[in-house]
Design a protein around this ligand. Structure first.
Ligand code: NAI
Ligand code: MG
Length: 356
């Protein structure tokens, strides 16, 4: 029997609520399957820890995580700690320290969930957004001078490297190739940003030659938002920069019904380091502690984690269970239901147990 070592970092707000739900589903899957098990180590790295000790995680945090097969992450952010401190204090050091350069964000409308676009239901919106996750606009390069003075200046420099762009492009073409439609949309802003973005376009063209069976097109990011809303069926796999894909995937989540159902995987495709799996949403202070956080995004990212670990059958079983429970109308308030987090979790575990 295989035992996967999972580092669990629930962190802040509703993070602990949805991660607890995720572990229950993973346990149900392991018991149902019998061929694998999880050895879970929980870390208390969080904004609470920051307030107590001055750091969200210990100095050797990433070193400690190296021993794990995967990282299961909740959300980080607290009302009384600046967001740039929490993000740069925990999530980004892991993503960047482990070179998790491919951020993979599947979106589709699950059965039973009403999506905001008229006439667009399950089957009409089935996308995977691939976000460059190691450089670009979030490289952290820049600075501020003359703070607080009238002549204060701040720079936020986007870094695009040939290596960085080529590897994400290759990942996206390969992913597009593995999906039935074999169709990729490359998003840039190469009309206004004439250096880095033009290099993206050029590299897309070069890499496409290695994938003759993948059809592809290009979009400017502003026009892309319109296409996502007006013609969702025309899209399948999408690749974009760190910033652009960050924004587009929130839109994608909303178009699919709720941020509460949107998952993401931070992948090191070369498998040198553990990859990290998390819901897209944040710590959601407005609903923390109420027991109504939607656990579906966390189940979905758990499914991505199983897929990455090579447990494809269990990954698919989990998504079938989630789809069944949504179709049965057992849903949290953010998607129009009245169920609690635990009700949805129990129903998903039941569906996992009940499946032939
Ligand atoms: P948010 O995603 O926490 O919440 C936005 C809205 O969506 C809220 O109304 C919330 O109730 C709702 N929502 C989110 N997840 C839900 C779920 N599972 N079920 C039901 N409703 C859900 O984004 P917001 O409010 O902008 O940020 C709150 C904090 O989270 C900030 O500190 C922010 O920096 C942090 N954050 C952290 C992220 C991460 O750890 N990856 C990602 C996004 C935000
Ligand atoms: Mg975001």
């Amino acid at each position: 029997m295989k035992t996967y070592k999972i580092a669990s970092i629930p962190a802040d707000g509703i993070g602990p609520e949805v991660i607890a739900a995720g572990h229950q589903a993973l346990e149900a899957l392991a018991r149902r399957d019998g061929g694998f098990a999880f050895d879970v180590t929980e870390f208390d790295w969080s904004s609470e820890r920051y307030k107590r000790t001055g750091a969200l995680m210990p100095e050797d945090g990433t070193e400690q995580l190296k021993a794990f097969d995967a990282i299961f992450f909740g959300a980080v952010g607290a009302p009384d700690v600046p967001d740039h401190l929490t993000l740069w204090g925990l999530r980004l050091p892991i993503c960047q320290g482990f070179d998790q350069y491919a951020n993979v964000r599947p979106t589709r409308i699950l059965p039973g969930i009403s999506a905001p676009l008229e006439g667009v239901g399950p089957g009409d919106l089935d996308w995977v957004i691939v976000r460059e996750n190691s450089e670009g606009e979030y490289s952290g390069v820049g600075g501020r001078a003359h703070k607080g003075m009238p002549e204060e200046v701040a720079t936020e420099v986007s870094i695009f490297t040939r290596v960085g762009v080529e590897r994400i492009m290759r990942y996206a073409f390969k992913l597009a190739q593995s999906r039935p439609r074999k169709f990729l949309t490359v998003v840039t802003k190469s009309n206004a940003q004439r250096h880095g973005m033009v290099m993206w376009d050029e590299i897309a063209m070069e890499v496409s030659k290695d994938f003759p069976d993948v059809e592809w097109d290009k979009m400017l990011v502003d026009a892309m938002t319109v296409r996502m809303v007006k013609d969702p069926k025309s899209l399948d796999t999408i690749v974009a920069t760190n910033l652009h894909a960050d924004i587009l995937s929130d839109l994608a989540g909303a178009l699919a019904g709720s941020l509460g159902v949107a998952p993401t995987a931070n992948i090191d495709p070369e498998r040198r380091f553990p990859s990290m799996f998390e819901p897209i949403h944040g710590s959601a202070f407005d609903i923390t502690g109420k027991g109504i956080a939607n656990p579906v995004a966390t189940f979905w990212t758990a499914s991505q984690m199983l897929e990455h670990l090579g447990e494809s059958a269990a990954a698919q079983r989990l998504m079938r269970a989630v789809e069944k429970v949504c179709a049965d109308g057992i849903m949290t308030p953010d998607v129009g239901g009245t169920a609690k987090t635990q009700d949805v979790t129990d129903a998903v575990c039941e569906a996992i147990r009940g499946e032939n």
